[in-house]
Design a protein around this ligand. Structure first.
Ligand SMILES: Nc1ncnc2c1ncn2[C@@H]1O[C@H](COP(=O)(O)OP(=O)(O)OP(=O)(O)O)[C@@H](O)[C@H]1O
Ligand SMILES: O=P(O)(O)OC[C@H]1O[C@H](OP(=O)(O)OP(=O)(O)O)[C@H](O)[C@@H]1O
Ligand SMILES: O=C(O)c1cccnc1
Ligand SMILES: [Mg+2]
Length: 493
């Protein structure tokens, strides 16, 4: 196996759980493949005890759907799968069906960079049951990870309060694709650049960086190392000052900064990667200012996350650029988002849509039935609530009641006349044809910024944030309750 050449072999159709294929076969065998269905992809709890989540990954989903075909290699692999009695798992007629299958679903989704909340669909898939089912695992894989990392990045960037955050995670990320996807999602979440050069090339993200301790250690003295770096990159000098003695390192950086200046160049700054970052950054700032380098930046790195950055801000550390790696790209404190993909409605034999619920002991796990939409209501540009609803329930209404999906005592009346309404689900595919143009990554990053700006700072607080109201329109709430009662059959002894 050569990972550079052979890994995906031009097809991602088998990037799925085996049970999706066994269900697909069983749907086909029982004549249900083409029955129309609606599935929603949503999460139940914000990651990191955050008050918000940033949607990311849609562009990957679009690409996946546009290339959703089983190639000859995939089909021959499936054709060779055997049951324990030696019989083939999948009969040739089914493999022919897969070969001819053309992606034909409608997909509606929340745009990347949108602030999203529990229970509201990030992606809605409507189409033949077999296709909806076969998309589940890949869609979850893509959206769960990129949404998680975009959210983590947004939190780190909020903690940095306007300072640049550089993403340095490649060496610690979860494998090759994890690293690439994390760099993309980190940029969407608000990072200014990545150290990951391949992500720069693939996604058009700015790349940047400093140098490592090994560079210093390869010379007899730190001063020699700084001079040689300045010689190679006079425009890009951020000297790593903590290899031996941080204060001495700053002194050496200043000395080389003066030589650069004599040659018409400016040192960009210093990086501190160990020790007490508040203490050393303040010393660096004082020494740089005193030596006539007030514009030189102090970059800090070393196991940073949003909490350490917040603490360093409180300590009045003089850091203006933050290099964040491991804890960002691995989502160290919560390594998975936990979004799910649930059947919400199915068209019966009479052609009538039937809403569906999965009943659970835990009310948080009861999904929201039907092909619903989400509206975000804003007052003077400020988000006040999100409503999950069925269009027919709100037509011609001047006010609506929304009810918390978990706690029905939490309700909010919205007077629609006073509010701006913004529909979150946008058409992405219609009958398998892409109708949405994926925006450039800069526009997605800007969308994150604009979206976050609409939310009160109490929802963006990193610890114990104020909960933003998201509710089911009352008729949809009632429909869900009635369906649960019906499926539970409480009237029976
Ligand atoms: N003033 C500070 N307040 C809070 N946390 C800090 C402060 N200074 C550094 N930190 C954090 O404390 C941790 C220090 O970790 P660690 O003990 O591994 O580093 P170190 O010993 O300074 O560096 P290294 O092991 O790389 O030489 C890091 O997560 C760092 O970001
Ligand atoms: O700390 P992170 O947020 O992951 O950021 C990336 C780290 O990677 C580099 O060193 P590395 O960790 O490889 O070595 P070090 O711990 O000895 O500095 C760099 O100096 C940072 O410390
Ligand atoms: O460019 C840097 O300073 C860098 C890159 C990767 C990891 N740590 C630091
Ligand atoms: Mg380290």
């Amino acid at each position: 196996m050569k990972i550079t050449k052979d890994l995906y072999q031009g097809s991602l159709a088998l990037l799925t759980d085996f049970y999706q294929l066994t269900m697909a076969y069983a749907y086909w065998k029982s004549g249900k493949s083409e029955q129309e269905a609606v599935f929603n992809l949503f999460f139940r709890k914000h990651p990191f005890q955050s008050g918000f989540t940033i949607a990311a990954g849609l562009e990957y989903v679009v690409d996946f759907c546009n290339n959703f075909t089983f190639n000859e290699d995939d089909l021959s692999y499936l054709g060779n799968m055997k049951n324990s009695d030696g019989s083939p798992v999948f009969v040739p007629d089914f493999l022919d069906y897969l070969k001819e299958m053309k992606f034909s679903c409608d997909i509606d989704a929340v745009e990347e960079g949108t602030v999203v909340f529990p229970h509201t669909p990030l992606i809605r898939v409507k189409g033949p049951l077999i296709q909806c089912q076969l998309l589940e695992t890949a869609l979850l894989n893509i959206i769960n990870f990129q949404t998680l990392i975009a959210t983590k990045a947004a939190r780190v960037v909020l903690a940095a309060k306007g300072d640049s955050v550089l993403e340095f995670g490649l060496r610690r990320a979860q494998g090759i694709d994890g690293a690439l996807a994390a760099s993309r999602a980190s940029y969407i979440g608000g990072c200014s650049a990545t150290s990951n050069v391949m992500a720069g090339k693939l996604f058009g993200i700015p790349v940047s960086g400093t140098h490592a301790h090994s560079w210093i250690m390869s010379f007899d003295t730190e001063l020699e190392a700084f001079k040689a770096y300045a010689d190679a990159f006079p425009e890009k000098c951020i000297f790593l000052v903590d290899t031996y003695d941080t204060v001495n390192g700053i002194r050496n950086a200043i000395e080389v900064g003066k030589i650069l200046r004599e040659n018409g160049k400016e040192m960009l700054g210093v990086r501190i990667d160990s020790g007490d970052l508040a203490y050393f950054s303040n010393i660096a700032r004082e020494m740089l200012d005193e030596a006539g380098f007030p514009d030189a930046k102090v970059v800090a790195s070393n196991d940073l996350d949003e909490h350490i950055i917040t603490s360093l801000k409180i300590q009045e550390a003089s850091i203006s650029v933050w290099g964040v790696g491991t804890k960002l790209v691995t989502a160290y404190d919560q390594p998975a988002l936990g979004a799910v993909y649930k059947l919400a409605a199915i068209k019966n034999k009479e052609g009538v849509w039937e809403p569906k619920v999965k009943v659970s002991q835990q009310s948080i796990k009861i999904n929201i039935p039907g092909e619903h939409q989400i509206s975000r209501f804003l007052r003077n540009g400020r988000a006040v609530a999100d409503m999950i609803f069925l269009q027919e329930d709100v037509d011609n209404k001047s006010s609506v009641m929304i009810i918390d999906p978990i706690d029905s005592t939490k309700r909010k009346r919205l007077n629609l006349g006073d509010l701006e309404e913004y529909k979150l689900l946008k058409p992405i595919f219609k009958a398998g044809q892409q109708v949405y143009v994926c925006p450039p990554i800069e526009a997605i990053k800007q969308n994150t910024k604009d979206n976050l700006q609409c939310f009160d700072k109490t929802h963006k607080r990193l610890t114990n944030p104020h909960v933003y109201p998201v509710g089911l329109e009352e008729n949809l709430y009632q429909l869900r309750t009635d369906l649960v009662f019906k499926m539970k059959n409480y009237d029976q002894e």
